[in-house]
Design a protein around this ligand. Sequence first.
Ligand code: ATP
Ligand code: MG
Length: 446
Amino acid sequence: MKILVVDDEKNIRIGIADAFSIEGFDVVQAEDGQEALDILAVEDIDIVLSDLKMPRMSGDRLLKRVLQDYPLIPVIILTGFGSVEVAVESMQRGAYDFATKPINLERLSLIVKRALQFRKTIRENQQLVNELNQHKKDRIMIGKSAAMQHLMISIQQIALTRASVLVTGESGVGKEEVVNALHAHSDRKNKPLVKVHCAALNESLLESELFGHEKGAFTGAIQRKRGRFELADGGIIFLDEIGEISQSTQVKILRVLQEKSFERVGGEETLVVDVRIVSATNRDLYKEVQEGRFREDLFYRLNVVHVHVPPLRERKEDTSLFIAHFLSVAAKENSKQVEGITRKARTALEEYQWPGNIRELRNCIESAVVLCQGNIIEIEDLPASVRNNEKESSIELRIGSTLAEAEREMIKMTLMTYDGNKSKTAEILGIGRKTLHNKIISHHLE
Ligand SMILES: Nc1ncnc2c1ncn2[C@@H]1O[C@H](COP(=O)(O)OP(=O)(O)OP(=O)(O)O)[C@@H](O)[C@H]1O
Ligand SMILES: [Mg+2]
């Protein structure tokens, strides 16, 4: 990691440079904004710490140039005690943060680490967005897991036939997305895709919805109405939640499959249609057949081709792409500037079991986007169910740290995690209470 320190006062530059060198950073120095720009042009700088008042080019103008030419490099303003307002103004203009002089090195180090973390998050997010965009170009659906690759290939093959397709999978896994993709890649893509939610209507309403009715067929039937099968002629009808339909409706649908014909409710005329049937269920339809609730002959007719969409927890590799996708959709819909998601929050999302599958993930990200304060989604923005699943917290150690520093950090973080409970901390670290006590003193951790 390389820090560029810009200040016309040599002592300040050297003080900061020394402190950060000890922490393992590379430090480059510049006397003013112009020299800083010259360095930025040739060196790979990760963060800029800059004074405001300098000869030749001020910190203000430097900030403007960095924001414009190197938008991913955070700038931290160093400012005299008397000019905090100016520093705050710089932050409004895009500086990451500021530190007042005389510089408190410990505080500055915290700011720098936070800024680097921020930059890392934004970079990771950009990589994810690039991956997603590439992905959308090459594929018919989102997903890079072996299971989804496989599924996409079969959808493309199945799409070109007219065989009936049964799509199964848990609630929220994307069965309807599969049907949309199937339609979009079939030779019926310019013909209608008509969707019927079979569970939403009672038997007689569903039949009149599917097959239509004649004027006067029942009270309230004041006009002839065309059914969904007629509307889908030449295209595809999607019977969602097919497991919920009654025995009598099952018989009528079976007839459409066998003879391609039906009558409107209350009608005599036999209508013939060319409709491809795609259905979906989150029930185990085979079990329904064995237990006598679903007609076996209809089951086999609907299930000529079977597409199973696996639950999200069985294809965790897809989660990061969905996160990027829903983040950008939700940010746009809510007019919020969201630049990314922290590693911690992303890991929690990747580890969670997602009983509600992709729908639950989408809702979770939407609410996080709405709730998040800054422009990065933090672990705190996620629902408790997802957060509690979090893996044990970890500490970050830089290569270049000494063993003593590592030990200090381990003890400090374990103490903090267990709210200062020393017995627990000693137990976890595998040392005696007395040893822990001595180490707390020698590392100045009281
Ligand atoms: N591959 C995908 N790309 C984009 N969004 C998806 C994808 N898969 C699922 N979704 C989104 O997840 C949500 C749930 O998907 P969908 O409605 O297809 O699930 P389902 O399996 O039909 O669920 P249910 O059984 O509850 O009807 C929808 O908002 C959908 O847009
Ligand atoms: Mg559905």
